[in-house]
Ligand binder design. Structure first.
Ligand code: WQD
Length: 341
């Protein structure tokens, strides 16, 4: 079966995708620099699938290390590229770190991969490339507006770089997957999200508040033009998202596949407000969440959720898990990692 390189494969979405690849019989090698993950994730993957993936601790910003990796691994039939910094707020404070890490890594990876006979590349992108949408739900032809953060800009630039490579390479095929809001964890609670420090994202902050790691959740504004006044997002279970990556990769490996660059939105197609997410958590956990209404957070868009028709029709993929499924798995994971060892 094909050998697949997963960069950032010890991260949140990466590790869940490695599990789904192994379940489909793919051989996986992971590159990760452990800047936002831990080696223990390898044990979690093995505990789920029985297979410990090959792992190399490489920083993709080191061009010579990337080159020597490809000198050693000449039979990589596909790459799923997750490795990147992804905190919107941090990117505003540290733009050069984000451009260096997210763009240089991509360039060195593509340069290292170039000599291989056939190249199939899946790029981890984000709905953040759309900014504040003009119409909802958002489809892949929606206008790509000037990015509202350096992080979002690195995703826009990354897609443009890949498109330019596709234009001049006859044996390079790529798919960019634009995620909405990935949440939840594997049902086994053996892998999940491991936010470093104070979580920036809603769901880990909810579960950490409920477990007692955080005192109270601040809801960033309830005066938005939405039914309950709080922002709306498209929360997609990370396992649904991981399975979409395997389907997209198989599409590229299919010799009859024609287009050499495609984009797909990966969401549920349904928007949920912050308060709806809180109520889902309370329903599945049986716990009352301690939260307060706070000021709006700069940079938040009011409402964003996906038009998933293209992925449904062309990938034959549709999210199957619900918001409650995701919140239940997130809570089970939080209880597991917070249990006194
Ligand atoms: C969701 C909603 C907040 C925390 C970001 C990136 C996106 C992707 C996912 C990387 C918003 C509200 C949050 C809190 C809150 N990341 N919130 N209190 O901002 O939609 O997307 O993460 O790929 O690219 O942009 O996700 O979870 O931060 O916020 O009220 O403590 O929850 O205001 O409305 P976001 P989020």
């Amino acid at each position: 079966m094909a050998k697949i390189l997963v960069t950032g494969g010890l991260g949140f979405i990466g590790s869940h995708t490695v599990v789904e690849l192994q379940k489909k019989g793919f051989e996986v090698v992971i590159i990760d620099n452990l800047s936002n993950s831990s080696l223990a994730v390898l044990d979690g993957i093995k505990a789920i699938t029985g297979i410990k993936p090959d792992f190399e601790n490489i920083d993709l910003k080191d061009k010579s290390l990337v080159q020597s990796f490809f000198n050693k691994h000449k039979n990589i039939q596909g790459i799923i590229h997750f490795a990147a910094s992804k905190a919107v707020g941090e990117s505003v404070q540290e733009p050069l770190m984000y451009y260096e890490n997210n763009i240089n890594s991509l360039i060195y990876l593509l340069q290292g991969y170039a000599p291989l006979e056939s190249q199939n590349f899946i790029f981890s992108s984000s709905c953040t490339v759309y900014g504040e949408p003009d119409q909802l739900p958002i489809n892949e032809d929606a206008l790509i507006k000037p990015a509202i953060s350096p992080y979002g800009n690195t995703k826009q630039i990354g897609e443009e770089i890949i498109q330019d490579v596709c234009k001049v390479s006859t044996n390079f095929n790529a798919i960019s997957l634009r995620y909405f809001n990935p949440i939840g964890a594997h049902e086994s609670a053996l892998i999940g999200e491991l936010p470093l420090g104070v979580p920036q994202n809603l769901v880990p902050f909810i579960t950490q508040t409920a477990i007692g790691k955080r005192n109270q959740l601040a809801v960033f504004g309830d005066d938005y033009p939405t039914p309950d006044g709080t922002c709306i997002r498209d929360y997609i279970h990370v396992v649904d998202l991981a399975q979409a990556h395997v389907i997209a990769l198989s599409r590229l490996l299919d010799k009859n596949h024609k287009n050499n660059f495609e984009v797909f939105n990966l969401g549920t197609g349904t928007g949920s407000s912050v308060l709806e997410v809180i109520h889902s958590f309370e329903r599945v956990s049986g716990k009352k969440l301690n939260y307060r209404i706070a000021e709006r957070r700069a940079g938040d868009v009011v409402s964003v959720f996906a038009d998933t028709k293209k992925a449904n029709l062309e990938l034959g993929w549709k999210a199957k898990l619900t918001l409650d499924d995701a919140m239940r798995s997130a809570w089970k994971w939080e209880q597991k990692i917070s249990k006194p060892s």
